[in-house]
Design a protein around this ligand. Structure first.
Ligand SMILES: *Cc1c(COP(=O)(O)O)cnc(C)c1O
Length: 238
């Protein structure tokens, strides 16, 4: 607990909101929204509950085990009676989908047909339609998951008819350097796919931007920024 100052978290969040508003006013005129996600990895549930109580109701989860150990400690409802929206954003192994299918509102990290098929199978069995984003490896980095831009349209076409899945857009983690270039490429790819109006695919969410690049991401059309250290401070890996 000593690592977290509740006041600091509140101040951090207000700075981020200001920065996003400023970038939005400067670069955007399309009326699309920018959602702020709190990325909760390594953050204790009481601190997550604090940001939730401040009105930030979108939470990003990276690791299945960690999420399972924390989720029951998350507040079920805000002061306004609404539940948090929980998105899975980390690399997801096919055999782990079953642990999260009931508890998350979106899976942002779909990067293979096999994973999509398993989400579709389990969501259908649980009478649910799972919102998903396709993760794109826009920098072509070996170390990162995500499909290449070339593989994206074929994958989307395979996902479109699945009844347990609703594709809502794209997610990316660009390379840490030259992020402005890669965020621009991602914006282009997103708009290109949106313009194609693929049957059964909606392109409303572009999830990109983290602590180091969220302002640039807003400039390039991001509708959802995922922020960890910028809100909670440096992660304490133990
Ligand atoms: C950790 C993480 C983030 C947040 O990163 P910060 O640099 O701490 O803001 C965003 N997206 C994903 C997929 C992550 O794993």
């Amino acid at each position: 607990m000593d690592n977290y100052s509740f006041d600091r978290v509140k101040d951090n969040l207000s700075v981020i909101c200001d920065n996003i508003s400023e970038a939005y006013d400067k670069y955007r005129s399309d009326g699309s929204k920018v959602d702020i996600m709190a990325v909760t990895k390594t953050v204790p549930p009481e601190v997550v509950n604090w940001v939730f109580s401040l009105g930030l109701d979108l939470l990003g989860e990276n690791r299945v085990q960690e999420f399972l150990s924390k989720k029951d400690s998350y507040n079920k409802y805000s002061d306004y009676g609404t539940p948090p929206r929980i998105h899975f954003i980390g690399h997801l192994q096919t055999n782990k989908v079953k642990y999260i299918v009931d508890d998350v509102d979106m899976i942002q990290s779909v990067d293979s047909l096999r994973l999509a098929q398993e989400i579709n199978r389990l969501a259908t069995a649980h009478n649910k339609v799972m919102d998903v984003l396709c993760e794109v490896n826009i920098g072509g980095e070996e170390s990162k998951s995500g499909v290449s831009p070339d593989e994206l349209i074929p994958l989307l076409e395979q996902l479109a008819p699945m009844e347990g899945i609703r594709v809502k857009g794209l997610m990316t983690i660009p390379p840490p350097t030259d992020s402005d270039i890669f965020l621009g490429k991602m914006e282009e790819l997103f708009n290109n796919i949106k313009d194609r109006k693929l049957k059964g695919i909606s392109m409303e969410t572009l999830s990109m931007g983290m602590t180091h690049d969220y302002v640039e991401a807003v400039k390039h059309g991001s509708t959802l920024v995922r922020i960890g250290t910028g809100i909670f401070g440096a992660r304490n890996y133990v």
